[in-house]
Design a protein around this ligand. Structure first.
Ligand code: ADP
Ligand code: MG
Length: 227
């Protein structure tokens, strides 16, 4: 039964990915077709440049989408070792420090007694970094408060990343982890999809609490028993 459920989930997520990709490729493809339709011998140099630029940009976009898709399916070897979770948070934070300082974000840390778990340290660091960067990007300069806490509770070690940024509407909360879902003009929408894959491969749970205008809380629960 568990196996059936996993298979059903897998085919549902494959279908979702196919739909998203079809949609993502169709947009730039439509732009290319529309520009091609405009190509006539009477065009001025300026118009010609405009349409060929659109074609070039949009075909590059399709190429990038395909490259990312292939990357995301590459089987990536998991290298487990016993590591300090707090140390991984600190490493992710140090990579985000420039952005934190540039935006004058108030960083608050509440770390419980540290915990060592069997994890793929480079992947978990990336997962933390993705969540931290999203939090930074959601907050207004000089007004942002980023709170990172750890709490050991029952069988889980919790890492909580909280911001007081723009928040997420109920409707968008459901789509957050879909590949290519983004509300940013220059976003790729792959950060949370990758983060979810990484955390699931560690049997960790992720929960999001958010409200439009009310900030966001991401909670990751790492099981202690995972070896
Ligand atoms: P990207 O950051 O490239 O847009 P992500 O997968 O990292 O892609 O995030 C997807 C979307 O989820 C973001 O575009 C944003 O709208 C929303 N989001 C993620 N984290 C937060 C957050 N902490 N606060 C508000 N919105 C968020
Ligand atoms: Mg992101």
């Amino acid at each position: 039964l568990e196996r059936d459920r996993l298979l059903a989930e897998k085919s549902a997520s494959t279908a979702r990915l196919a739909r998203t990709l079809a949609h993502e490729v169709r947009n730039p493809l439509t732009n290319i077709h529309l520009s091609l339709d405009q190509l006539e011998p009477e065009l001025t140099d300026e118009e010609l440049k405009l349409f060929t630029d659109i074609i070039r940009r949009n075909s590059r976009r399709i190429n990038t989408l395909i490259t990312e898709l292939l990357e995301s399916f590459k089987p990536q070897e998991t290298v487990l070792s016993e590591v300090s979770v707090v140390e991984l948070i600190e490493r992710a934070l140090s990579e985000a420090l420039d952005r934190i300082n540039l935006k004058k974000i108030n960083l608050i840390k509440h770390f419980s007694k540290d915990c060592r778990l069997y994890l793929d340290q480079s992947k978990i660091k990336i997962a933390f970094l993705n969540l931290i960067i999203n939090a930074i990007e959601a907050m207004e300069a000089e007004k942002g408060v980023l709170t990172i806490s750890t709490v050991a509770h029952q069988e889980y070690f919790h890492v909580i990343i909280q911001d007081n940024g723009v928040g997420i509407s109920q409707e968008n909360l459901n789509r957050l982890f879909e590949p290519y879902f983004t509300l940013k003009t220059n976003g790729l929408g792959l950060g949370l999809a990758a983060t979810l894959t990484i955390l699931q491969s560690h049997h960790a749970r992720v929960e999001v609490e958010s409200e439009l205008g009310g900030g966001t809380i991401f909670t990751i629960a790492f099981p202690f028993s995972e070896k």
